[in-house]
Design a binder for this molecule. Structure first.
Ligand code: 5SP
Length: 188
């Protein structure tokens, strides 16, 4: 968060560098809620970022940003905010990224209420991009992770549900189990 695309400011490349140093095996999935996504690509890659997700709404030069991220050896994620329809993700755009992120809160702060109406977009994207990772972020926890997976998501982000839990480990286990149960039921 850069204080411009969204009102808040959070961590940037210097913090990623320290996290990577202390947890070398970590997979850093970097969701960049920033107005100028191209600007941060080199520094995030250098800091050890593995996946770089930028917002569809932040730029008109999607292909350029995607190429830049790939040139820096990172996986590419493309995010849409609640007000953005899934139809903006064209076949060629969707096929050129590794992950599609459907926000289920307005980007900018943790602790907001999950917006179930956004799951229609997950279902649409899953239908059109069966092989892609589809992430859901915003107000996700063990109570609704299965709804996300049912709609077609296979990756979820949970902040408050985990960091606010009395037992974060068991919250993670419960979220993971409900997604895996749903995904294996869908396979049959
Ligand atoms: O940062 C945002 C939205 O901008 C959050 O959605 C976090 O990514 C997850 O936090 P919770 O919604 O789970 O509290």
């Amino acid at each position: 968060m850069d204080g411009h695309f969204v009102p808040n400011i959070t961590m940037g490349p210097p913090i990623l560098t320290w996290v990577k140093k202390n947890v070398p095996q970590i997979f850093m999935d970097c969701h960049m809620m920033v107005s100028d996504p191209a600007k941060w690509v080199p520094d995030v890659a250098k800091a050890g970022g593995k996946s770089y997700t930028f917002h569809y709404e932040a730029t008109t030069e999607h292909e350029k940003v995607i190429s830049l991220i790939k040139e820096h050896g990172m996986l590419v994620g493309l995010a849409i905010s609640p007000a953005t329809p899934s139809s903006v993700i064209t076949e060629s755009l969707g096929n050129s990224v590794d992950m599609l992120l459907v926000m289920t809160v307005v980007p900018g702060a943790g602790g907001q209420k999950f917006m179930p109406e956004c799951l229609e977009k997950v279902a649409d994207l899953r239908k059109r991009f069966p092989g892609k990772n589809i992430q859901v972020d915003g107000g996700v926890g063990k109570g609704n992770a299965c709804q996300c997976a049912k709609a077609g998501s296979n990756v979820v982000v949970a902040g408050t549900a985990i960091f606010g839990a009395e037992d974060p480990k068991s919250e993670i286990t419960a979220i993971r189990a409900s997604i895996n149960d749903e995904l294996s039921a869908n396979k049959q």
